[in-house]
Design a protein around this ligand. Structure first.
Ligand code: ADP
Ligand code: MG
Length: 590
């Protein structure tokens, strides 16, 4: 608690988080809380899911409230209904000892009249999805002229979901004197634009990735033919009777199809994806939280920000498109010191991607054989036996006891167990009596020449984007410096660097930025020999000047592995990426 006190929190709010068991602030809380409590600064904070953002803005804003003023003073915008409800619940917990504070949540897909009634009773803090809030404003059902602070939570996600216009509308309705706090996991251009238009003198804060690959997470993979992916998944689930897991898939169609198949195969599961109505999403989440579903099949976007504890497994039915997402997925298990397993089901073509993830995690995946029928049955039966051993006989059974005993009197104990198991597990035992061995031979796994060549090809297919930076030979800048700066400031290690040309006063270089969100934003506070390191993207002129495929430079430029000196550096959208806030100019030269 001392640490929270040092940040400026006090009184009842401290008591509230003490009850929640918070002991020390998370890094984002350490940086954000003093800013919000302190001078009137706006704020842009880059932080991933699970870093503790809600308390970072929630605690200081609750503390700053003046509850003698009857008006909405704090407005928190969040992309989905679940996230709104979660924030609302968190804030109520923080304010457990502040009965004078009133928090309300409004979101789409729920009865608007009830929300209007709640607003009429008076609210200090409003948590809202942008769409619903716009509706309420347009109906005149909510007054936000008294708002002193606006939080844009998961701003990138709100924009992804098409809330741009709603956000602009809402922000225009709030007083210009408000403070705005923007939180986002990534900084795509649209988020920068919002920040530029609506934030003033914003402080920028960025916290490192949360605990990449906590040590409590074990990483395992199954390598099978692509066509056997589903059956492998099915067996992995059947082989872990106490599993409580999220299965990540790439598309919403996959989510729906896999969930349906698993349901047919008798597994308690459902899908969470963008096409569900709010009511359906709620219903699915309620069943999953209540553990009535053993597994939830979800896309990355749908699962984002959901705070579900105690997952035993995270299953990557497909590896994510970008290797960074893997850490976000696997970080959902192994929480609170418990052991968790992150499982990847891959085919031979995905070996390369798996290796890239290993490099990023600095951890090895453990190869696992797909369980056969016997293993699955043994796991299920022993689990059942343990359950039976652990159960307390119900007292109400006494009445029937005599009759039951008489029924079974002729059976030996062994016979009784056999009958019981056959009755309970008949279907399972039959299904798994003879199943195909899905494992590849060692040769297929390691020597599969074709697939290896394919994965090599996949690995060497770079897509370079060309950048220019404002330091050059005159500044003593060398390719080695460039590579060191890039590797130190981008989240992915082993990033592919193409050609580098050092000029007198600037340097042009190629880099494969796929999988790295807003590449340039990572260099915002970087210096080289005291000069701000200012990047800009170079487009067609430089590329055409190079005559398409001309190659330059020589030797290995990649900080890690084999580099292929390709020059496929056309960006299909021809976009140029502005710097955040466009504030910093290049250095002046004498
Ligand atoms: P984010 O919004 O960044 O995704 P949340 O605010 O939902 O993250 O927090 C993630 C989890 O961490 C929540 O379960 C929350 O209760 C917990 N948490 C947050 N801050 C602390 C802290 N200082 N100590 C312990 N647990 C915390
Ligand atoms: Mg959050």
């Amino acid at each position: 608690m001392e640490k929270f006190k040092e940040l400026g929190l006090e009184g009842e709010i401290l008591k509230g988080i003490e009850d929640l068991g918070f002991e020390v602030p998370s890094p984002v809380q350490e940086k954000v809380i003093p800013v919000i409590l302190g001078e009137e600064n706006d704020l842009v904070a880059l932080a991933q899911t699970g870093t503790g953002k809600t308390a970072a803005f929630g605690l200081p804003l609750l503390q700053k409230l003046d509850t003698t003023v009857e008006a909405i003073q704090v407005l928190i915008l969040s992309p989905t209904r679940e996230l709104c409800m979660q924030i609302g619940k968190d804030l109520e917990n923080y304010a457990k000892y502040r009965k004078d504070i009133r928090v309300a949540c409004v979101y789409g897909g729920a009865d608007i009249r009830r929300q209007i009634k709640q607003l009429e009773r008076g609210v200090h803090v409003l948590v809202a999805t942008p769409g619903r809030l716009c509706d309420l404003i347009k109906r005149g059902a909510v007054q936000i002229e008294g708002v002193r602070a606006v939080v844009l939570d998961e701003a990138d996600e709100m924009l992804n979901m098409g809330f741009k216009e709603d956000l602009n509308f809402i922000l225009d309705e709030t007083p210009a004197t408000r403070n705005t706090y923007l939180f986002s996991a990534t900084m795509p251009r649209e988020v920068e634009r919002i920040a530029k238009n609506y934030l003033h003198n914003a402080k920028e804060i960025s916290v490192g990735k949360k605990n990449q690959g906590a040590d409590t997470v074990r990483h395992e993979y199954y390598q099978v033919r692509a066509k056997d992916g589903y059956e492998t998944l099915h067996r992995v689930i059947d082989c872990a009777p106490d599993m409580y897991a999220i299965i990540f898939v790439r598309t919403k169609i996959d989510a729906r199809d896999i969930a349906r198949k698993l349901q047919k195969d008798g597994i308690d599961c459902d899908a969470l994806h963008g096409d569900l109505s709010q009511a359906q999403r709620d219903e699915v989440m309620e069943r999953f939280r209540g553990k009535r579903l053993k597994v939830l099949v979800a896309t990355d976007v749908a699962a984002r920000g959901l705070d579900v504890d105690n997952l035993t497994h995270v299953i990557n039915y497909n590896l994510p498109e970008d290797v960074e997402s893997y850490t976000h997925r696997s970080g959902r298990t192994g929480r609170a010191g418990r052991e968790g397993v992150s499982v990847a089901i891959i085919n031979s073509k995905e070996k390369g991607k798996l290796r890239r993830i290993e490099n990023l995690l600095k951890k090895k995946f453990q190869y696992r054989e797909v369980p056969g029928g016997e293993e699955v049955c043994r796991a299920q039966l022993l689990y059942y036996a343990d359950k039976i051993l652990a159960v307390e006989p119900k007292e109400t059974l006494d009445k029937y006891q005599q009759d039951l005993f008489e029924k079974f009197i002729s059976l030996e104990k062994e016979e009784l167990i056999q009958k019981l198991i056959s009755y309970e597990f008949g279907k399972l035992l039959k299904k798994y009596a003879s199943v195909e061995d899905l494992n590849l031979s060692d040769e297929e796994r390691h020597e599969g020449k074709r697939s290896r060549r394919e994965s090599r090809q996949e690995e060497s297919r770079y897509e370079f984007t060309t950048f220019s930076v404002n330091v050059g030979r005159e500044d003593g800048f060398t390719p080695r410096d460039l590579m060191a700066i890039i590797n130190a400031n981008t989240p992915r290690k082993g990033i592919e660097i193409g050609g580098i040309r050092i000029f007198e006063r600037n340097t042009k270089f190629e880099v494969d930025i796929r999988g790295i969100d807003s590449f340039m934003s990572h260099f915002r506070n970087v210096n080289f020999n005291g000069l701000p390191f200012v990047l800009s993207e170079v487009r067609d002129r430089y590329n055409s000047e190079r005559g398409g495929r001309r190659e330059y430079g020589g030797g290995k430029r990649n900080a890690t592995a084999n580099n292929k000196w390709r020059s496929e550096n056309r960006r299909s959208d021809g976009s140029s990426r502005g710097r955040f806030g466009e504030k910093k100019k290049g250095k002046k030269r004498g």
